[in-house]
Design a protein around this ligand. Structure first.
Ligand SMILES: N[C@@H](CCC(=O)N[C@@H](CS)C(=O)NCC(=O)O)C(=O)O
Length: 204
């Protein structure tokens, strides 16, 4: 029987999309509950940390998107075969988060001039810094981030890119063929492919 849960998030890909990718890969029966900001303010106080995403699973409210991804990744055998693989998945996902936070910073910047400057730096320095390193890791690991096999770090990467690329309205992986190829592989996985073709279209 497939695992059942309810994922609550905003009408966006954002931090929930990697969770959705992992649940789709595991063929989980998940309710994809999307709230708008007015609804959110009614439910905020009922959320463990007042934030989303939250997953209702077996009577518990799970919070912190990366912890949630790791939890379901274990259930779907997506953590590699060794302690070292688990560590490597964590190191990659934490580094992807360091990279993502630059996009978050850009998204919330309200000064138009500063926003333009931040975008320039992101594209000319930050993105090449992280993407070239990610590309080397994937190149050295047989086309995956960890252990020459599919792990949740690969699904996390492809899932969170949805937000990052939607924000900038561009393909961030142009020129990084190993990363393009990895994203293609993930997006064509059984379960993930169906999810992508059926998911609601959102701006972020
Ligand atoms: N570290 C948390 C961050 C959660 C977070 O920042 N959620 C935002 C949406 S992406 C939120 O709920 N914002 C509304 C609020 O804080 O009131 C995670 O990864 O789950």
């Amino acid at each position: 029987m497939s695992l059942r849960c309810k994922l609550t998030y905003f009408r966006a890909m954002g931090l929930a999309e990697p969770i959705r990718y992992i649940l789709a890969y595991g063929k989980a029966d998940f309710e994809d509950c999307r709230v708008d900001y007015e609804n959110f303010h009614q439910i905020k106080s009922k959320m463990p940390m007042g934030q989303l995403p939250v997953v209702d699973f077996e009577g518990k409210k799970l919070f912190q998107s990366i912890a949630i991804c790791r939890f379901f990744a274990k259930k779907f055998s997506l953590v590699g075969n060794t302690d070292n693989h688990e560590l490597e998945c964590d190191m990659i996902v934490d580094t992807i988060t360091d990279f993502r936070l630059h996009f978050r910073d850009l998204h919330f910047c309200e000064d138009p001039e500063l926003k333009l400057k931040k975008k320039e730096i992101l594209l000319s320095e930050t993105a090449p810094f992280y993407l070239s390193r990610f590309q080397s890791v994937v190149n050295e690991n047989g086309g995956f981030f960890v252990g020459a096999q599919l792990t949740w770090s690969d699904l996390y990467f492809a899932g969170i890119l949805c937000f990052m690329e939607s924000l900038l309205k561009m393909n961030l992986l142009e020129g990084y063929s190993y990363l393009e190829c990895l994203r293609e592989k993930v997006n064509n996985l059984d379960g993930v492919k169906e999810w992508i073709s059926s998911r609601p279209k959102t701006d972020l």
